[in-house]
Structures are given as structure tokens and as C-alpha cells.
Design a protein around this ligand. Structure first.
Ligand SMILES: Cc1ncc(COP(=O)(O)O)c(CN[C@](O)(C(=O)O)[C@@H](O)C(=O)O)c1O
Length: 401
């Protein structure tokens, strides 16, 4: 019999498995509020107009070939990605202190960064927020890091446990790596204020903790690319070092193209160039070099000011629709007099609302109302439309009464 006869069936992924279950449901009024993927008011995936335009330019450009990219990817894409998160006037960029690699979207950027740290950094412990994106633990563990948590979300206030966060980071060993969601914390939608970020920065720098920013939603939280990059820029402005993983999955709608970048901000240019050379040794045996199409789309948009401005408009429209879904859901629950305080729905930001519903209530809503969401009570607001808000409000109302 097979040499793999003893292999057991693996469980579905807690997030991507929700879509698998949704697809199997024959109900006409099923609702997928699981995976963080934007949907239009009509409930359809969105390809941005500016992305279609960029693709048309690429297709019409007869000079384009399908050669391998360099191990670090498209150099111009890397420069433009670093500028997007660090700002056009970033001193780190001007002083050539940033090593950037085009990676396979946000996940790939996190994994390459983690593999690099496991190989070259003296500290193997990474602190991630409690809770965090479900895949973080596996990405860092499989890269050889050991994962610890720092307190982040306060279930009683449904806000930030700022004291707990400071205590846990204050107790971390010197030099420990700390994962920070750059904006739009997944799954809670709770972000530190600018003042709290400044305190976090001071505390981390005083202990020599190494920041690893995960920026998967730049522009999606507030609608402004610059506002959402503020925390990252505060850290980089102090001249210290940090890692930054960027994803274009959501803000450019390039989900399946797997477009992202890892930037390592170093204290000196010669360090950055040596770091960049070692990054190549991590990537070459992993996937050798990254895919050309998606990064070419992103580069085309980022380097053309008209297309960049068109992108910003479309990005803000997506962010605004999500914010209007928050308001509509909050108003629907208020109108129904659903028991409980639902103001966190409009206070939280980004793609997700952390409802506070428990796994039994979630299971009830799936069974009785065909609502698909992650068992931790997170709902992807982009999966909602004005037409489906009442259905979700009915389900939540029934689940809590
Ligand atoms: C904080 C965070 N970091 C990184 C990623 C990776 O994104 P990508 O590799 O596609 O660029 C996600 C996506 N998380 C999800 O939106 C989600 O939580 O639903 C979903 O895409 C996922 O893969 O789980 C994320 O939420």
C-alpha cells in the first residue's frame, strides 16, 4: 500500500476553511463574512479600474518578456514599495539604509523576514499580540522562531489593553522581536492611538526590542495611505532598525497575484547592502525569484502619478464603503434594540469587526442564518452590503437574546 497510508486528514484552515464551508452551503441567503477579501455592494470581488488599466498597458507593451526576475524581484517595485510605507522624504531611503525584497504578498514577506531572523539574529523569540492573525504563529514557528504573546485586546472594554501591552513588552528579554500590526489590527480592529504608539516606541527602543511591522492594510483603515503608515514612520524616524512586511492584496486588490515586499531598515548603508546580500541566500532556495506579473501591475501604478492618484481614490472608496457598513450594522442593531453595547462596531477600524460573539453563538448563526464567519467572532465588513445588513442584524439579535 501507499507509503503515505498513515497520513491523517488535516483540519481546514480556521480562516480559509470558512470559505470552503460557505461554498458548500446551498442556501440562497448565505453570507460569507470570513476571509478578509473586499466585496462590492453587489457582493462581488473587485478588480480596481486602475489595475485593469495597468494590465492593459503591460499587455500592449510588446517589449515585455517573461525572463526570470532577480532573486530580490523588480528593483523599481522595491524602491516604490519602500517609499509607499516610509514616505517619499524618508531619511532612511535617502541614506540608502533600506534593504527591500519583493516577496509573495504579506505572508511571504513575513516568512522571509522570519527565516532571515532565525538565521542571523541573536534572539529567537518573537512576541505577537493576543489575539493576532491566525497564521502568524505558524509562519514564525515554521521559520524557527519561538512565539510568545503580549497582551493586546481587552474583552471587557473591547479596546486596547494598553497597560498589559506595556507590562508584557517591558518584561520581554532585551532584543526580543515584537510583531506590530501597522494599522487595522486583525482580528480586533483596535489600534493604539498616536500617543500610545509613541509610548510603545519609547519603551521598545529603551529595551532594544526589534520591531517587525506587518502592514497588510495600508490605506484600508483610514482611507489614507499616509495616516495608516504613521506608526511605522514614527519608529523609522528615530533612526532605529525595523522589519516591515507589506501586502498589496487588499489595498490594490491583488490577492491572488501574491504581491508584497519585505523591507529591513538598517542603521547604516553598508549594513543594508550586506543584509540585502544575505536576503538573497534565504530566498534562492525557497522559491528562487518572485512572480513578475503582479509586481509589474503595482509598479506601473506606483510610478505613474495619474494612476497613483486614481488608485488613492479607489482605495478610499473601498475604505469608505466598509465604514458605511459599520454604521449601517450599528444602526440596524440599535433599531432592533439588540441587547448589549454595539458601539465597538463603529469604533473599530479596518476590514474586520471583532463582535465579541462566542463560538457557540457563531455556530448558531451559521446553522440558523447561514452566516459564515470565523469562530472567534470576527466578521469581514467588506462581505456586507446594504441589502444583507438586516439579515446579519437578525442573526446577531437571535444569537444574543
Ligand atoms: C495581519 C495580516 N498579515 C498578513 C496577511 C497576509 O495576507 P497576504 O499574504 O494575502 O498578503 C493578512 C491576511 N489575512 C486575511 O485577510 C484574513 O485574516 O482573513 C486573509 O487574507 C488570510 O489569508 O487569512 C493579515 O490579515
Amino acid at each position: 500500500d501507499s507509503v503515505f497510508a498513515s497520513i491523517v486528514q488535516a483540519p481546514e484552515d480556521p480562516i480559509l476553511g470558512v470559505t470552503v464551508a460557505y461554498n458548500k452551503d446551498p442556501s440562497p441567503n448565505k453570507l460569507n463574512l470570513g476571509v478578509g477579501a473586499y466585496r462590492t455592494e453587489e457582493g462581488k470581488p473587485l478588480v480596481l479600474n486602475v489595475v485593469r488599466k495597468a494590465e492593459q498597458l503591460l499587455v500592449n507593451d510588446q517589449s515585455r518578456v517573461k525572463e526570470y526576475l532577480p532573486i530580490l524581484g523588480l528593483a523599481e517595485f522595491n524602491k516604490l514599495s519602500a517609499k509607499l510605507i516610509l514616505g517619499n522624504d524618508s531619511p532612511a531611503i535617502q541614506e540608502n539604509r533600506v534593504a527591500t525584497a519583493q516577496c509573495l504578498s504579506g505572508t511571504g514577506s513575513l516568512r522571509v523576514g522570519a527565516e532571515f531572523l532565525a538565521k542571523h539574529y541573536h534572539q529567537r523569540t518573537i512576541y505577537i499580540p493576543q489575539p493576532s492573525w491566525g497564521n502568524h504563529v505558524k509562519v514564525f514557528t515554521m521559520a524557527g522562531l519561538s512565539v510568545k504573546n503580549y497582551r493586546y485586546y481587552d474583552p471587557t472594554t473591547r479596546g486596547l489593553n494598553f497597560q498589559g501591552l506595556l507590562e508584557d513588552l517591558g518584561a520581554a528579554p532585551a532584543g526580543a522581536i515584537v510583531l506590530l500590526h501597522a494599522c487595522a489590527h486583525n482580528p480586533t480592529g483596535v489600534d493604539p492611538t498616536v500617543e500610545e504608539w509613541e509610548q510603545i516606541r519609547q519603551s521598545m527602543r529603551s529595551k532594544g526590542l526589534l520591531p517587525f511591522f506587518d502592514s497588510a492594510y495600508q490605506g484600508f483603515a483610514s482611507g489614507s495611505l499616509d495616516a495608516d503608515a504613521q506608526p511605522v514612520r514614527m519608529f523609522v524616524a528615530d533612526g532605529g532598525e525595523c522589519f516591515i512586511a507589506q501586502s498589496y492584496a487588499k489595498n490594490m486588490g491583488l490577492y491572488g497575484e501574491r504581491v508584497g515586499a519585505l523591507s529591513i531598515v538598517c542603521k547604516a548603508a553598508d549594513v543594508a547592502s550586506r543584509v540585502e546580500s544575505q536576503l538573497k541566500l534565504v530566498i534562492r532556495p525557497m522559491y528562487s525569484n518572485p512572480p513578475i506579473h503582479g509586481a509589474s501591475i503595482a509598479m506601473t501604478i506606483l510610478k505613474n502619478s495619474d494612476m497613483y492618484n486614481e488608485w488613492k481614490i479607489e482605495l478610499k472608496a473601498m475604505a469608505d464603503r466598509i465604514i458605511s457598513m459599520r454604521k449601517q450594522l450599528f444602526d440596524a442593531l440599535s433599531a432592533k434594540g439588540t441587547p448589549g453595547d454595539w458601539s465597538h462596531i463603529i469604533k473599530q477600524i479596518g476590514m474586520f469587526t471583532f463582535t465579541g460573539l462566542n463560538s457557540d453563538q457563531v455556530a448558531f448563526m451559521t446553522k440558523e442564518y447561514h452566516i459564515y464567519m470565523t469562530s472567534d467572532g470576527r466578521i469581514s465588513m467588506a462581505g456586507l452590503s446594504s441589502k444583507t445588513v438586516p439579515h446579519l442584524a437578525d442573526a446577531i439579535h437571535a444569537a444574543v437574546t
